[in-house]
Design a protein around this ligand. Structure first.
Ligand SMILES: [Zn+2]
Length: 83
């Protein structure tokens, strides 16, 4: 579990929301800040699977949280490989 903590930084926690900064995107190198309700953040922090904690998130958004890579950037990558 501690390894998971290296993938993002907590930027702030206020008004019941935790703002997490992701790793830099593999493709565009930008980090992203994602607001997460504290309650869900702690469940995730304590080791629950992303798909269990955020069942209504798209696969792309979960991937963004885990790896920092933007769904749009993935699409661009595949487009450029096909071209
Ligand atoms: Zn990106």
């Amino acid at each position: 579990m501690p390894g998971m903590l290296n993938n993002y930084k907590v930027i702030s926690q206020e008004y019941g929301t935790t703002f997490v900064e992701t790793m830099p995107c593999m493709i565009c190198k930008q980090t992203t800040s994602i607001p997460i309700p504290d309650e869900l953040f702690w469940r995730w922090f304590n080791g629950e699977f992303v798909q269990d904690v955020f069942p209504d998130w798209s696969v792309g958004k979960r991937e963004l949280l885990i790896s920092g890579t933007h769904p749009n950037c993935w699409e661009k990558l595949f487009e450029s490989e096909e071209a």
